[in-house]
Design a binder for this molecule. Structure first.
Ligand code: HAM
Length: 420
């Protein structure tokens, strides 16, 4: 009886060789831009103590309350596969005293994350994000740098149909006053609120602004607005962010209800959405988290960052990528040529020339077919005749031209050819 093959977990994806070059191009675009902005890469472990996410993302957030992969390990520790990176990077920042080494730390990451969400287009249980976290500056210049860095990557990728939404959810005082006001305003209508909003009313009223219900949105329109509760510092900060964005020609829309679903945010929040995606249209989200370092046991340090979903970027990026092609294919005929072609291939590869040869001992016709399939520019042929004369035949596959050269000058000859 044949066995059922084991399949991958729902919501996870294999990135197969015909897709991986798109990922590599995306990753190198990200790295190049990060480096021109002088950001340095940070890599953190795949799992953390569960308490890290409870104390940062927040127990009432969807991520913590519904979506984490959490387990007790054999030693009794409560662990979680990272569902986001702001908390782990902040933990690493504190633990390694990065703030003591530099007054400002500009960090970036490209990583895999895990959330047990309902899979659909653009929403997976294991997915990838790139993002930045900057620690040390409370000033609007850094808000603008972080936003412009994200937009610059999206521009380089030539993404179209994007909207940058911007808001400020103010400092702690502002949010406390706003919470009281919104509860007061919604109290008479409590019974009409959806179950989710009723829960949020009790535990995290700010998130009621996230509602998808049209009725609730209409109700909220006439209610208190966060901006009415900004302190004068909050207002100045946000105005300066907007002015600086205008000055560098970054277009944005004000989005007064953009509170984001994670608890650590303060002041500036932003999201970039795409009109090419369906329900899961956010390609990037971020904001300030000026209280997070202190909340996790570090010295009070302002912070700001964003993360962008890489699967979603690739869904939006319709540009086709050139597949990577082989440069040289070495064809050997007969037993005596075999060790020679291994040596030739080795020498070419040591000189950074992409080289293949046949590993299935096929006929010359099949080897030629293989060379064409791999997109090789030239083939080097070593048959009986070549061996006795100590020469190799070099064939240009694009125009069929052929020439014979001494065996010991293969490398220098190949190097003189246009291989790109
Ligand atoms: P987030 O909004 O939860 O923020 O995620 C950021 C982006 O990750 C989303 O806009 C989306 O593109 C992508 N994403 C989220 N969940 C999934 C999923 N299940 N499948 C595919 N893509 C997904 C954060 O994670 C914050 N840590 C961002 C941040 C950094 N804020 C400050 N610094």
């Amino acid at each position: 009886m044949s066995k059922e093959p084991i399949r991958s977990i729902k919501g996870t994806q294999d990135i197969l060789p015909d897709q991986s070059s798109r990922w590599q191009t995306l990753e190198s675009t990200i790295r190049n831009t990060m480096h021109t902005y002088d950001y340095f890469e940070i890599r953190t472990p795949a799992f953390e103590n569960t308490s890290l996410f409870l104390h940062s993302v927040g127990e009432e957030s969807d991520i913590v309350s519904k979506e984490m992969y959490t387990w007790i390990d054999q030693g009794g520790e409560n662990l979680t596969l990272k569902p986001e990176l702001t908390a782990p990077v902040t933990r690493a920042f504190i633990q390694n005293n990065l703030g003591g080494l530099n007054p400002i730390n500009k960090l970036y990451y490209i990583d895999s994350l895990f959330r047990r969400e309902r899979p659909q287009k653009g929403r997976y249980r294991q997915f990838h994000q790139f993002g930045v976290e900057v620690f040390g500056s409370e000033f609007p210049e850094i808000d603008v740098e972080v936003i412009s860095l994200a937009m610059s990557i999206f521009n380089t990728l030539e993404l179209e149909g994007l909207t940058l939404e911007l808001n400020s959810i103010g400092s702690e005082d502002c949010r406390n006053n706003f919470r009281t006001a919104i509860k007061e305003y919604l109290k008479p209508n409590f019974d009409k609120l959806s179950e989710t909003s009723q829960k949020r009313f009790k535990r995290n009223p700010l998130r009621i602004l996230d509602t998808k219900s049209l009725e609730e949105k209409t109700l909220l329109k006439d209610g208190p607005q966060i901006s009415d509760y900004w302190t004068s510092d909050d207002k100045d900060h946000f105005n300066e962010v907007c002015e600086l964005l205008d000055k560098i020609n970054i277009k944005f829309e004000l989005s007064p209800n953009l509170v984001r679903g994670l608890d650590y945010y303060t002041r500036t929040t932003f999201e970039v959405t795409s009109n090419l995606l369906g329900a899961q249209n956010a390609i990037c989200g971020g904001g300030r988290y000026d209280g997070l370092v202190e909340q996790l046991g570090g010295k009070p340090t302002p912070g700001i960052g964003f993360a962008a979903g890489m699967e979603r970027l690739l869904l939006v990026n319709q540009k086709s990528d050139e597949t990577i092609k082989s440069q040289i294919y070495v064809i050997g005929l007969g037993d005596s040529a075999r060790s020679l072609i291994i040596n030739i291939a080795l020498e070419l590869r040591q000189n950074n020339i992409r080289t293949s040869f046949d590993l299935l001992r096929r006929s010359i016709k099949s080897q030629m077919r293989d060379a064409n399939k791999l997109g090789a520019k030239y083939v080097i042929i070593i048959g009986e005749e070549e061996l006795t004369k100590n020469i190799a035949t070099i064939k240009n596959l694009s125009n069929g031209d052929q020439e014979q050269i001494p065996l010991d000058s293969i490398l220098s000859h190949i190097k003189s050819l246009p291989l790109k």
